[in-house]
Design a protein around this ligand. Structure first.
Ligand code: GTP
Ligand code: MG
Length: 197
């Protein structure tokens, strides 16, 4: 699936500008700077497909990437970062929530969490919305290269406990790194399974 072509197909600054629904969509959501765009690049093996940056607020629209015949990856703007102008972040957050709740071909949202920081209240706000709207999601920890093994195990256990009572959460938590590629093959396999459902 990921060995084939990946191409940028559309950027949507607002709900009214979404591309038509085709095939199965998978979205990457999370705080600004958590590593969403980097993970899209790691998944596709294309370092410059999605634009990344050291400073938060790089991705400002919903960016759609077609993979093979019937899969669309959606790289979203980040939410909740103080370094970005408040009004902008609020507008993005509204767009993110509205898109996530209203897209019928959205098979799963991968909610990215920085493995060093864990779940913050701004993240649980999103999870609350997804649970309420019954949109299936899975937690993906990013930047796993920056943590010791013992810290990783503790972090995963803590998040799994926090997910236990969330109806739309997929119970497995994936640990990834776009820097050393750990967990990337597992994430690809997880996405490929969604296409078979
Ligand atoms: P916004 O578009 O602003 O919301 O950010 P984003 O979530 O798309 O993050 P992006 O992929 O642009 O990466 C943000 C920063 O984190 C960059 O400096 C990346 O180099 C760094 N980064 C991303 N993935 C990893 C990783 O796996 N390990 C480490 N150590 N750094 C990473
Ligand atoms: Mg980005």
């Amino acid at each position: 699936l990921f060995a084939g072509e990946a191409e940028f197909t559309a950027a949507a600054p607002a709900l009214g500008a979404l591309p038509p629904m085709e095939g199965v969509e998978i979205a990457f959501a999370g705080r600004s700077n958590v590593g969403k765009s980097s993970l899209v690049n790691a998944l596709t093996g294309r370092n410059t497909l999605a634009r990344t940056s050291h400073t938060p607020g790089r991705t400002q629209q919903l960016n759609f990437f077609r993979i093979g015949g019937r899969l669309m990856l959606v790289d979203m703007p980040g939410y909740g970062y103080a370094a970005v102008e408040k009004a902008k972040v609020e507008a993005w957050t509204q767009l993110i929530h509205a898109y996530l709740k209203g897209r019928s071909n959205l098979a799963r949202v991968y909610v990215l969490i920085d493995s060093r920081h864990g779940l913050k209240s701004i993240d649980t706000d999103l999870l609350d919305g997804l649970d309420k709207a019954a949109v299936s999601y899975q937690i993906v920890l990013t930047k796993g290269d920056a943590l010791k093994k013992s810290e990783i195990e503790r972090r995963i256990a803590g998040i799994q406990a926090a997910l236990a009572k969330r109806p739309a959460a997929y119970p497995e938590v994936l640990l990834t790194s776009s820097r050393d590629d750990r967990g990337v093959a597992e994430l690809r396999a997880s996405i490929a399974r969604l296409l078979q459902e």
